[in-house]
Design a protein around this ligand. Structure first.
Ligand code: NAD
Length: 426
């Protein structure tokens, strides 16, 4: 990483794609191969794609943009985001800029523990079966360690055991949780293999029938946390702060609003997860299940006002992301994306993802509490509307500007303005 590393790059959004890549090569560990890789937008070879999934016929390209202005745990950090949605990258840049003066975003994690579930059915004495399984802790550890010695070598592997009796419509089920540290792997395959290896033994020890053996995506022992202070003067004053707090309280009280609020957080989270070749569905399932952990679906973030009147945000979210396994090592873009961020562990990656999610939520709350989302979206869209109405050349900007002034960005208005403009010219 360059000594002059900064994530504050004025005018980055006005540069050409080539200029942006050159800037990243100057500031980050992005080498010339990676630059050439990004510059080639058809960069996933058919052979590689064909080995990733079944029945391949092509690839689907999604833009990758870089979020600027982020300071994460005191480190200037540039973050690649893969998304098809406009405004998502710009929103993170804006939010990050407004908390730079206060030091940026601080993060942490709870560890890298994943849970695999083994379902036992058909026992008439479930409590007795539960104890029998718990007594086999050492045997279970040995089976898990034998299943994945590589994980063990990296300091991971079996850590703990939990057995619950679950009342269901089919009667009691005994659910064993294998708690496994999967280190730099997301860990789905790793823990699934352990659950499959332990399953037959649980059946033997209890006399029941083992049915499902699979991880839980509710990775609540693999939480990433991000928090930041946005100085009240940086964000536009106390009215903006109070509007944002009210918007948060609405989301926290109402699942209809919380779904959209959390979707906004996932705009940032999923974009980084995708850019690094990780499993977006696993992360999304975990996030939404975690949001409902109290029995009611709520906001994943919390927003408060500190003693000095500043806005304080925090996000806690399960983030099972990896640097090895799945597509992370296979997809060349994922490798190049990691170089931009300069991360060396899955733990570091998950912190960055959480920081981006928090910044994304700040931006969404601010726009909703002030101008509303449509203003920004429609301002961008005004040029398209002008073209739809038949504007050409200089007329496009002239019409777009006029519609923005009028606050009416519609095709019928554009057509009327175009008629007036052309009549005026004659
Ligand atoms: P994996 O099995 O491909 O790789 C993980 C393995 O890499 C470990 O088991 C370990 O043996 C080895 N390894 C080498 N270096 C390591 C290190 N430093 N830290 C940890 N492990 C190291 O992948 P995975 O992470 O077990 O599984 C992820 C894949 O599983 C993703 O593609 C995901 O989409 C898929 N998947 C997800 C689900 C789900 O989320 N419900 C279910 C099934 C599969």
């Amino acid at each position: 990483m360059s000594k002059n590393m900064t994530s504050r790059i004025p005018g980055f959004h006005t540069m050409s794609v080539e200029e942006r890549l050159a800037k990243l090569a100057e500031l980050t560990d992005l080498d010339q191969d990676a630059v050439a890789h990004f510059a080639n937008t058809g960069n996933l070879e058919a052979g590689t794609a064909d080995r990733m999934i079944e029945n391949v016929i092509g690839t689907m390209n999604i833009p990758i943009g870089v979020a600027t202005n982020l300071i994460i745990d005191g480190r200037e950090t540039l973050v690649p985001m893969a998304t098809e949605e406009s405004s998502v990258v710009a929103a993170v840049c804006n939010a990050a800029k407004q908390c730079r003066a206060a030091g940026g975003i601080a993060t942490g994690t709870s560890g890298s523990l994943m849970i695999a579930q083994v379902q036992l059915v058909g026992v008439s004495d479930p409590e007795n079966a539960r104890f029998k399984i718990l007594e086999r802790r050492d045997d279970i550890r040995a089976i898990c360690d034998e299943t994945d010695p590589v994980l063990l070598k990296h300091g991971g592997g079996y850590k703990d055991l939990e057995v619950r009796v679950l009342e269901t419509a089919d009667g009691p089920m005994v659910i064993t949780h294998l708690i496994v540290d999967t280190r730099d792997a997301m860990g789905a395959n790793a823990v699934n293999s352990m659950a499959e290896a332990v399953g037959p033994k649980i059946a033997e020890w209890t006399g029941g029938r083992v049915f499902l053996r699979i991880l839980s995506n509710l990775a609540d022992r693999r939480l990433a946390r991000a928090r930041a202070v946005w100085p009240v003067d940086e964000i536009g004053g106390p009215d903006v702060r109070d509007g944002m707090l009210s918007a948060f309280r609405f989301a926290d009280a109402d699942p209809y609003r919380a779904a959209t609020h959390n979707k906004g957080i996932m705009n940032g989270v999923s974009a980084v997860v995708l850019a690094t070749g990780n499993d977006t569905r696993a992360i999304e399932a975990g996030a939404h299940a975690y949001a409902a952990r109290t029995g009611r679906y709520r906001s994943l973030t919390k927003w408060e006002c500190d003693a000095d009147g500043n806005l304080v945000g925090s996000l806690e979210i399960p983030l099972a992301v990896g640097l090895v396994g799945g597509a992370t090592k296979v997809h060349p873009t994922a490798q190049a994306a990691l170089r931009i961020m300069g991360v060396g562990t899955a733990d570091e990656l998950s912190r960055i993802v959480a920081a981006v999610g928090l910044a994304q939520n700040f931006a969404a709350l601010k726009v909703l509490a002030t101008s509303g989302v449509q203003k920004g979206h429609m301002a961008l869209h005004a040029k398209n509307i002008a073209v739809m109405a038949g504007a050409e050349g200089d007329e496009v900007d002239a019409l777009a500007d006029r519609m923005r002034e009028l606050g009416k960005i519609r095709v019928d208005v554009a057509e009327e303005l175009l008629g007036e403009l052309r009549a005026g010219k004659r």
